[in-house]
Design a protein around this ligand. Sequence first.
Ligand code: NAP
Length: 321
Amino acid sequence: MLWRSVCAPYSLQLTAHCRVAHRATRKGLLRRGRSSIKDRSLTVMAAAATSDATKNQKIAIVTGANKGIGYEIARQLAQAGLRTVLTARNEELGREATKKVAEATAGSDAVQFMQLDIASPRSVDDFGRWAEQELPNVDILINNAGIAYKGNVFGAEEARTTMATNFAGTRAVCERLERLIPEGGRIVNVCSLAGKQSILRSPELRSRFENASSAEEVATLSEDFLQGLSSGSYGKEGWPGSMYGVSKLCEATYSRVLAEQLKPRGVAVYACCPGYVATDMSSFKGHKTPEQGADTPVWLALHAPSSGSGKFYSDRKEEPF
Ligand SMILES: NC(=O)c1ccc[n+]([C@@H]2O[C@H](COP(=O)([O-])OP(=O)(O)OC[C@H]3O[C@@H](n4cnc5c(N)ncnc54)[C@H](OP(=O)(O)O)[C@@H]3O)[C@@H](O)[C@H]2O)c1
């Protein structure tokens, strides 16, 4: 079902005025014959859309926000007063996290949940359709969702899954939502210093990454890596033995390309590394807390100079990559 990703919103400060406005909006929607499932997804949004207090409130979307750094990013954005759409591929975990953020940020206006699996084209499209219909715009998009296999797992299939999430999934979300981002809006892609150009062993490959000027060129590079892995020739071709590193390099290169593309519209795009953070991904070994890991992505979303668009950041500082 198209609306299987039913929203589970948690409004923290729904005023009586909002509730009345919501009921009125809801009746209007029903009269226009929209589905009741979709109508349920409007619980907070309809109220928020009609409330003066929330009219000028910035809207942020965070992917992979049910745990780790993404959860912290969502919490900090909600705490900063943004209307925050917390997304996760697992609906139950996403709802639980949303409830936790709502409880932890009693001063913020609204946080709500929407299901989004960035590696599923259908999920990305459903989410995009929902956002188009229910959000006036998207001021901030934080692409945090990512995967890394643990231990010595290395293979063509695992590399394809890693790439489908970290690079292709992030690209799909950007391409689906980019039209909703107004002038002054920002996209922050949570990449990694493990995906710097220096991991490439061939100057030719480095120069291909350096000079890539379209998302398609980055996709071709990603496919070349996957083909090299399948045929076993990746090493001779200069690729490193890191599926995660190459996927994050593709993601960061795509961020630079996208920044150039969105420049005329006044939308900034940043890539960043959160540092080594104690989350599930690092088997909780990182030396930073998730709160510290969320610092640079949140700073980029709210405070970084827009002149830094297209650049890579770590610890709030520009980092050559
Ligand atoms: N931790 C570090 O030291 C470190 C260092 C550098 C960069 N990073 C980057 O920081 C970001 C956050 O990582 P983390 O440390 O917080 O890891 P984490 O605790 O493993 O969280 C990753 C999040 O991404 C979600 N996710 C994975 N695949 C997804 C998909 N297809 N669609 C939607 N969500 C998906 C996960 O959902 P599930 O719970 O359903 O799996 C989870 O919510 C990642 O992009 C990672 O590469 C982390």
